[in-house]
Design a protein around this ligand. Sequence first.
Ligand SMILES: [Zn+2]
Ligand SMILES: [Zn+2]
Length: 146
Amino acid sequence: MLKGSCLCKDIEFQFPNAEGDYVYCHCLSCRKASGAAFGANISVPIETFEILKGEASLKVFESSPGKMRHFCNRCGSPLFTLVGRNPAFARVRLGSIDSEFLQLPAAHIFMSQKALWDNPEVEIPSFTEWPEIDTVSIRGSHQPIT
Ligand SMILES: [Zn+2]
Ligand SMILES: [Zn+2]
């Protein structure tokens, strides 16, 4: 079983596996709904998707007709979306998964709507944890000052 939860851990859910590909979607609504450069959602067959706890903390926002976005009413974490009256799949936010999930993304989509500051095609440095502050300076964060 793969397990997921919100940031405050009030809500936990599980499912055996995802189906099909997943993508990094750079469209405006994925950016707004995630607060990030792109959305990453996996498709979980609805009959195998199980809320383990915290159902009372789930809040729903209908972002367009029939598109029900579920999030935690305490910590605000977006968790999954159900589309339509009898959805076959829960669209689960990959960032909420706690288990090891090994599938890699298949594509970037909606690059026509990506933010100007977002350029996944350009290589930038990566660090295992915090970079040295004189290399990369992340103001207002917990970055250690050395
Ligand atoms: Zn929460
Ligand atoms: Zn999108």
